[in-house]
Design a protein around this ligand. Structure first.
Ligand code: SAM
Length: 215
């Protein structure tokens, strides 16, 4: 990729994030079946491709917010005929979407009792996939990675969302965030590799965030 091409992607990323037609950016004005979904659709398409390949029996999402991504994951599971979704948040969505495959857990994703309840639910399940999309501070994300990486089955994914903050390229004032957590995690764990092929749509909110567990 040339320097100019990289600059175009960066400029589009910044436009998409803050300067779309909405005051707060398009990312907070995106919906799945009418439910707020804080994802770039290009990433949701990548999710669909991963889900089709991995066919997880259990998907764990930290950070529910409105529940749109959890509902999207449930609908993908419907199409695949397999899978359940557990979503964890300290707060409840105002109108939590309901789906037979969906379970809500209320609490902090790194609290020992919450982590234990997730491990209990994962007992005997395979493949297992993890999506980390809650508090985006480096310390919290690193805590989540340490807490949940063992649940991810070989060949499946731990997706670290919003590695684009802290100037990568958006929100330069954020402070150390998900990308810095990934870098720190790699210094202590060699079980995962970045799957750069998942960045093929050029703009992703998760640069270096699609982590595949080595087989
Ligand atoms: C970026 S939003 C999640 C977006 C959602 N995954 C989606 O795709 O639409 C972050 C969420 O993390 C939650 N959160 C913040 N700190 C948390 C923690 N310690 N444990 C679990 N959830 C937390 C917030 O309440 C918020 O709803």
């Amino acid at each position: 990729m040339t320097y100019q091409e990289a600059q175009i992607i960066r400029a589009f990323h910044e436009l998409y994030y803050y300067k779309g037609i909405y005051e707060r950016g398009t990312i907070t004005n995106t919906y799945w079946m009418g439910v707020g979904t804080e994802k770039c659709p290009l990433d949701l398409w990548i999710y669909q491709e991963i889900l089709h390949e991995v066919k997880p029996q259990l998907i764990i999402e930290t950070g529910t917010k409105h529940g749109g991504s959890a509902l999207f994951l449930c609908h993908m599971c419907d199409l695949l005929g397999i899978g359940e979704v557990v979503t964890i948040d300290i707060a409840s969505p105002t109108k939590p979407p309901e789906h037979s495959r969906l379970t809500y857990i209320r609490g902090s994703s790194t609290a020992p009792d919450i982590v234990q309840s997730v491990y209990d639910r994962a007992e005997g399940k395979s493949p297992v996939m993890v999506i980390l999309d809650s508090d985006h501070s480096m310390s919290h994300v690193l805590g989540e990675m340490r807490a949940y990486h063992r649940l991810v089955t070989p060949g499946s994914y731990m997706i670290v969302e919003d590695t684009n903050v802290n100037g990568h390229p958006v929100m330069p004032q954020h402070g150390p965030g998900p990308l810095e957590a990934v870098q720190a995690f790699f210094r202590e764990n060699q079980d995962f590799e970045v799957d750069y092929s998942r960045e093929k749509f050029l703009m992703t909110c998760n640069p270096c965030g699609y982590l595949r567990k080595r087989t």
